[in-house]
Design a protein around this ligand. Structure first.
Ligand code: CNA
Length: 419
């Protein structure tokens, strides 16, 4: 084929281009031919940003321009070349006009950034005049792009990383919020650093305090929240494959999520073990001791037994370390209700690869590192996690199904009613 490179195509000036600030957030990975659903040899129309198969498949791009007179510039999703169909002579099949202009380069760069993770062409002065979007617009584009991918099952290997914030609406306080456990401990025990009561050192010195805290928390009485069922829903849909939780309340299991999918990074309250030799204690037995406020002593090594939660100064389970390497293969990471301030859990999101989506749902900004710098597709959704999970379900058209499966059989107002 004879190809001429044109830097001065007259149709570039008269073409109405799809807004570049929206183009950069299009879900290219789910693009297919608008006519025949083909995924091979696709062309993106630079006017409407829809995709169509090319001459070697069913020639639907030609169909598109026949129907839309002014849609003539297209970008190849294969080799990133841009063509003008008005400049093409000899029918469409023999001679093409490859366009290289500042404006079309913006689209090439944007798509290249998606496809390869870097810009295909060096920016010219014109191109580098970056289109500025305000942060709300940017957020909305990203959010709806995310919803589109979620609803079309483009994510197949997602990971959830969650913390105490997913259980606050059940009535279980978190650690660090205004009404959190730390504040209460500070006042009750007159200490500056409430964390110390969750340390191995302090437990060995004064085991009774941790027994009292666990007794007061009475974690057995709580029920899962909308967010827990949302997590179950994503697992059932095959979108989420692993859940890392910092929570010790076990509500993930109460919501029906299979034990094999959940890594309890900080253990679980209703089991027990010796602080020294690790010997397991029957959970009813441990519960009895906690309720009586009597310290269970290990009959193997004579040391105090603790609920099977990981204390500061103790190592996390092998499961945690073995599974965390899987995060780098995930296509989606959703982080919910955690301040991400406890290591090594707080480093888990950094294991996501740059092309994975990372979505943080929390009622305040979190994390030490700069996600926007680290992740190409990062979305922070601020607010109550139950409300946001509901919104996502509605936007994906999953709400009715979710409602019938989980919502109508659970009373999610129990906490609000009691408070
Ligand atoms: P944290 O440090 O208390 O952070 C919780 C985060 O969630 C904060 O950023 C809050 O602003 C946010 N948050 C609270 N409620 C909501 C809500 N409804 N919607 C959205 N965001 C909300 O707790 P982390 O989990 O980050 O810290 C890890 C500790 C807490 C782990 O060792 C846990 O074992 C420990 N913990 C667990 C539980 C539990 O099992 N439910 C309760 C309290 C503490």
């Amino acid at each position: 084929m004879l190809v001429t490179t044109k830097n001065d195509c007259p149709h570039v000036k008269t073409t109405q281009f799809f807004p570049i600030e929206e183009f950069i957030y299009l879900p290219f990975q789910s693009f297919k031919c608008e006519f025949c659903n083909e995924k091979r040899e696709l062309w993106i129309c630079l006017t409407c940003a829809k995709s169509f198969c090319g001459r070697y498949i069913n020639k639907h791009f030609f169909e598109h321009i026949k129907q839309n007179n002014n849609h003539i510039l297209c970008l190849s999703m294969l080799d990133l070349s841009v063509w003008c169909y008005k400049c093409i002579t000899n029918g469409f099949l023999d001679v093409g006009s490859y366009i290289n202009s500042p404006i079309t380069s913006k689209y090439v760069n944007a798509y290249s950034d998606f496809k390869f993770g870097y810009n295909f062409m060096p920016p010219t002065n014109q191109i580098s005049k970056l289109i500025k979007m305000n942060s709300q617009q940017c957020h909305n584009f990203k959010y709806y792009n995310f919803i589109e991918l979620l609803k079309n099952r483009q994510f197949r290997n997602g990971v959830l990383m969650v913390g105490a914030g997913i259980s606050t609406s059940a009535g279980i306080p978190d650690f660090r919020s205004e009404k959190g456990i730390f504040k209460e401990i500070k006042e009750k025990y007159k200490v500056k650093h409430p964390e110390e009561f969750f340390s191995k050192k302090k437990f060995i010195e004064k085991p009774k305090i941790l027994y009292d805290i666990i007794k007061q928390l009475n974690l057995k009485k709580y029920n899962p929240t909308i967010t827990h069922y949302f997590m179950k829903y994503l697992v059932d849909k095959g979108i989420i494959k692993i859940i890392f939780t910092q929570n010790i309340d076990g509500l993930e299991l109460k919501a029906g999520i299979n034990n094999a999918k959940v890594i309890f990074a900080h253990g679980i309250f209703n089991e027990g073990q010796c602080i020294n030799c690790g010997k397991k204690i029957d959970c009813n037995d441990m519960d009895d001791y906690i309720n009586k406020g009597e310290i269970k002593i290990c009959n193997e090594c004579n040391n105090p037994c603790k609920p099977s939660i990981v204390l500061y100064g103790e190592d996390l389970s092998d499961d945690f370390y073995e599974t965390m390497d899987k995060i780098q293969d995930c296509d989606l990471g959703i982080i919910i209700g955690t301040s991400l301030s406890v290591e090594p859990f707080s480093s888990l999101p950094e294991k996501l690869n740059k092309n994975a989506w990372s979505v943080v749902i929390n009622n305040e900004q979190i994390g030490e590192f700069d996600y926007d710098d680290l992740m190409k597709y990062h979305l922070f959704i601020e607010g109550s996690c139950d409300e946001i999970c509901k919104k996502i379900l509605v936007d994906c058209n999953w709400w009715d199904d979710f409602y019938n499966r989980f919502y109508k059989i659970n009373n999610f107002n129990y906490y609000n009613e009691n408070n």
